[in-house]
Design a protein around this ligand. Structure first.
Ligand SMILES: Cc1ncc(COP(=O)(O)O)c(C=O)c1O
Length: 410
């Protein structure tokens, strides 16, 4: 069924399927650690479900947050110009107008530019989505300015903590998730639960009052199957070393890149999955995952990427240091020449995500980062052999030095 284009919105698309890149040889997200899942052990977090609502993914939590904030036709959702489609999808689903606001190079909000957008067409009852990218909190001074803007323009502030280890009001690092009218997180990005998105409100009140009960059913089977697949995959194992064939990547069919009308939600948003869910398997894992260990390992891994990049001038870390107390989601790094190197890295099986499908905006940061910013894993499940494999492969792809690289395994 064809849908009408959303006025003024274009999608920038990138399709790598003609290139037949192999699956990433190292998992992008933390795999389940079997040793942790004892029935007796409970050193993780128990969700306070009276003040936190549970969804299959953060995107459906955002949909509920926007709905509760009154978003709908005739209202605007202000979305960061650098984004993944699932950040705008819930607003499109509710029939709101999407307005993309500019970001600075470090992915903090360009408050002056946002202010100009708000003043150009003043209107009340809109929503502002504020994202803490990759786990790095937006600076407090910016949050204060945004809160003042929201008060002046009667905007509802929705805090997107999808890249933060925030598990509801009782588990908020650095106060992240306490600034907006509503906040949403995405625990499956940090903890090996098969599915989970969370929503809570700043005021901490119960969100349940007028709701239909959470759904159960096939999710249990789906989650069990995901877990089994994870266990079977031997997630800590690195592939056997093989020098990457950099010529094969450059001679393969090119990816397809184009621009098209936005005709509504993307294929990543499934209306059938909206609403609250009971997720017993995810809760079981959450209750057995020690956050201290997750935090320490991720911080160490982020630092390891920083030192690794010193020997790879083609990769510029987006952040040169890791703020205290930050639990990083991924390691964001700028690739100097994405048109030359992206295919080579993907073809070698390196674990890389990128937001190359994006709604078009005039923001310079968004246009550069769409193809240039790579998201590399720094999760707690990375093993030493996987690190060595990634290090050696990166050197081989970018410096042509993989075969004799110091510290590499033969
Ligand atoms: C910044 C950000 N916000 C929201 C979402 C949506 O989260 P989820 O994947 O849990 O739906 C994502 C998805 O990756 C994201 O990166």
């Amino acid at each position: 069924m064809s849908r009408a284009p959303v006025p003024g919105l274009r999608r920038l698309r990138f399709d790598a399927s003609p290139c037949n890149f192999p699956r990433a040889a190292v998992p992008m997200l933390a795999p389940v650690d079997r040793r942790q899942l004892s029935l007796l052990r409970r050193d993780g977090v128990t969700l306070d479900t009276t003040r936190t609502q549970v969804f299959l993914r953060g995107r459906y939590g955002l949909h509920e947050a926007f709905r509760r904030a009154g978003l709908g036709p005739g209202k605007r959702l202000f979305v960061p110009s650098y984004h993944c489609p699932t950040m705008a999808d819930p607003g499109l689903r509710l029939g709101a107008d999407i307005v993309l606001y500019p970001l600075k190079d470090d992915l903090t909000v360009d408050v002056q530019a946002l202010q100009r957008l708000l003043q150009a067409e003043p209107q009340s009852g809109d929503c502002l989505l504020l994202t803490h990218f990759f786990g790095i909190a937006q600076p407090v001074a910016i949050i204060k300015e945004l809160q003042a803007l929201c008060a002046a323009h009667q905007l509802r502030l929705i805090e997107d903590c999808s890249h933060c280890l925030a598990l509801g009001l009782s588990s908020l690092p650095e106060g992240i998730g306490s600034h907006g009218d509503f906040a949403v997180s995405s625990p499956y990005k940090f903890i090996p639960v098969p599915e989970m998105g969370l929503l809570w409100s700043k005021h901490g009140g119960t969100l349940d009052a007028s709701d239909t009960p959470p759904a159960t059913g096939r999710q249990g089977w789906r989650q069990a199957a995901t877990l089994m697949r994870g266990w079977a995959a031997q997630p800590g194992q690195a592939p056997a070393w093989k020098a990457p064939n950099t010529k094969s990547a450059t001679s393969a069919a090119p990816a397809r890149e184009w621009e098209e009308d936005c005709v509504g939600i993307s294929s990543h948003y499934l209306p059938s999955e909206e609403g609250r869910y009971r997720l017993p398997i995810s809760n079981f894992i959450l209750e057995r995952t020690p956050l201290k260990l997750v935090t320490e390992r991720r911080r160490e891994n982020f630092q390891r990427w920083l030192s690794l990049c010193k020997g790879l001038p083609q990769l510029q870390p987006l952040h040169a240091t890791l703020p205290d107390a930050c639990v990083p989601y991924m390691f964001p790094v700028l690739l100097d020449a994405p048109s030359t190197h992206f295919a080579v890295l993907k073809d070698a099986g390196l674990p890389i995500w990128r937001w190359d499908d994006e709604l078009a905006s005039p923001c310079d940061t968004a246009s550069r980062y769409r193809l240039g910013l790579l998201h590399l894993p720094c999760h707690q499940g990375l093993s030493e052999s996987q690190w060595q494999w990634m290090e050696r492969t990166l050197h081989a792809c970018l410096n042509g030095a993989g075969l004799s690289h110091a510290g590499a395994v033969a």
